[in-house]
Design a protein. Structure first.
Ligand SMILES: N#Cc1c(-c2ccc3ccn(Cc4ccc(CN5CCCCC5)cc4)c3c2)n[nH]c1N
Length: 244
């Protein structure tokens, strides 16, 4: 997969040189290229913004640099443009799984009050464009959202996670754990600050361990994500769970 990221803050993406994604880039498994939008400005101040038509607060990103940047970066290749925006469709695990199947993704990171709307409309003449939000809170730009989405997507690519990690469907659809959040996890030492690891995890009884983990996940989901419990199919709750 090739990922292009266009931003006025390219240094924001230094974390993509680290850890598993950094290793995947070094190995050639993943091709991530970060571009400074100001490279496509031609005035002495490298201007990327201007006042909004119709008035209103703040500034809007000018269309010209974006148009030139996308023309050069995409260069006629089949690519999908992702535009993080507060008003976008919510980003979910299913979107990460879907986008992990793409050959090329381009992320356009807006700032100020956003990117002139004609940029998305013009790009849509040549490629699929998705306006996506990572959550119902306000950020200052699209960079953090792009980091989140790139991590969620690329961790699903074969070979990116090592043997010690697992990117199965995580807790949102793995076998018998549909729509549940992760339960509690433990490692050595068996006693730490007078807290013991739950004995069932030391029992070697895999059936009992699986049942205990599912019960823990159910309890945590009911406590932290009642919205997911409501979406849980009746069959997902065995008789004992219905007593929860
Ligand atoms: N993904 C994602 C995001 C973003 C996100 C993504 C991309 C950009 C580009 C610029 N900003 C800043 C910003 C913040 C608020 C507003 C809304 N206006 C406020 C003033 C009155 C009019 C409406 C617009 C632009 C961005 C924010 N925020 N939250 C997410 N989940």
């Amino acid at each position: 997969m090739r990922i292009d990221i266009i931003s006025i803050f390219p240094d924001y993406f230094a974390p993509l040189d680290l850890s598993l994604i950094g290793r995947a880039r070094t190995s050639g498994l993943l091709d991530v290229r970060v571009h400074d939008l100001r490279s496509w400005t031609h005035d002495r101040h490298n201007t990327v913004d201007d006042t909004p038509y119709g008035g209103g607060p703040g500034m809007v990103m000018k269309p010209e640099p974006w148009g030139e940047a996308l023309d050069e970066v995409v260069d006629g290749a089949p690519a999908r443009l992702i535009l993080p925006t507060p008003s976008g469709r919510p980003f979910r695990q299913a979107d990460a799984e879907r986008l992990a199947g793409e050959e090329r993704l381009v992320f356009g990171c807006g700032r100020y009050e956003g990117i002139d709307s004609r940029v998305a409309a013009d790009a849509a003449l040549r490629m699929p464009v998705e306006e996506i939000s990572i959550g119902d809170y306000v950020l200052n730009g699209g960079e953090s959202a792009t980091l989140v989405m790139v991590e969620a997507i690329t961790r699903l690519l074969p070979g990116v996670l090592g043997n010690t990690e697992s990117a199965v469907q995580d807790s949102f659809a793995s076998g018998g754990m549909e729509n549940l959040v992760e339960g509690s996890v433990y490692t050595k030492p068996v006693t730490w600050r007078d807290q013991e690891v739950p004995p069932v995890l030391l029992s070697g009884n895999h059936g009992a361990v699986d049942r205990w983990r599912r019960d823990q996940a159910l309890r945590k989901t009911a406590r932290n994500r009642p919205d997911l419990v409501g979406a849980m199919p009746e069959r997902a709750l065995d008789r004992r769970d219905r007593e929860v």
